[in-house]
Write a protein that binds this ligand. Sequence first.
Ligand SMILES: Nc1ccn([C@@H]2O[C@H](COP(=O)(O)OP(=O)(O)OP(=O)(O)O)[C@@H](O)[C@H]2O)c(=O)n1
Length: 380
Amino acid sequence: MNKNTVWQLGLLLLQTLTSNGHDAYIVGGAPRDWLLKEASADLDIVTSATMGELEGIFPGAAIIRTNIPLLSMMKANVRVEISELHGRSLAENLAARDFTVNAIAINARGDWIDPFYGKIDIEHRVLRLVREDSIQSDPLRMLRAARLMADCQFAVDPGVAKSSKAERQRLNSIAAERIGEELNRLLRSRDAALGMQWLGEQGILSILCPEATRLHKRPVFSALNNVDTLAEKWVVFFYLLGEKNVDHRLKKWRLPKTMAKKAERLFFYTEKRMEAIWDRRRLYEAGETVALAAEKTAHVLSDSVPGGEINVRSFLAELPIQSRHDLAVSPLEISAHMNCEPGPWLGDMLHALELAVVDRQVANERKALLTWAKECFCET
Ligand SMILES: Nc1ccn([C@@H]2O[C@H](COP(=O)(O)OP(=O)(O)OP(=O)(O)O)[C@@H](O)[C@H]2O)c(=O)n1
């Protein structure tokens, strides 16, 4: 989103609120991003208005009642979230935030309110805590620090590192879902390797993934920046940390199901690829997309695995079939030939047929397949 659009929209919303008699300020990431000359995807506003009053001013917007109620709406493709000051002053609100660069506000006249000198810290690209106990009051902020480093090239002030290191055990006490979401954001960021390396150096990763304590040396995360998709990044992350129980971790951190499934599958094939080159059956079961991704992640993770995209493609092209649809018989033909109603057995039979064709035990020809299926059916 164009940064001027976000800005104009923000000021317009502040004017709407002030013309209704309420104090209102843009806070959070948008002022920081403006100073960094970056576009913001969302806009956070705090106001003296109550949720009831906001509903009257912005009819149709949704009120989200989490621990802090929020009015949420999309305006010009920008996610706008408005929360109440709850009788607190703006200064109190800003003092409760994480880093000085995130504790800057703008009022309806466009004046900057910057009690913690966040603008100077933005100029110097340094992350500094608003208060000494900022991390203690919300340990997730140590992961946010890593993400801001990775996304905006901030260096961290020694206070952030000291406090993160000292408070790292507290990560065990926060909702696993929040950790998953923040790690996901970090992996998506511009320089995920930098942020992850910092977390490793503070001893934070071994709290998140206890398997990492068994590693002989600290992992080097540069491989994270050499893969593309989020699932690939998760695979590299888990592999470097020696985490085997990927499925359990992804579930625990409540990562989006589709992405988690992709990462789990890719992890399986990457591990297999690290152990040995593809065989026909494994390649077929992985399918083109996963096989190519696993080839890439395995190569990125180990110099001893040559990047063999071309080999994978030609090996795939040599397979007698690429999917179940390529079998020269249909499921109905098989069940008619067996004289048996379709049922779960048919799925198993099709799978057995696919593998037999891939392993070249039987030719992909209608008659041969039906004969093979019948023999197999009679045996079981
Ligand atoms: N654990 C947290 C989470 C958020 N915040 C405050 O809430 C703001 C909004 O948080 P979020 O929506 O997560 O946005 P940012 O992390 O700032 O980043 P972006 O705007 O790029 O999403 C932050 O800027 C910060 O002031 C905080 O102090 N502590």
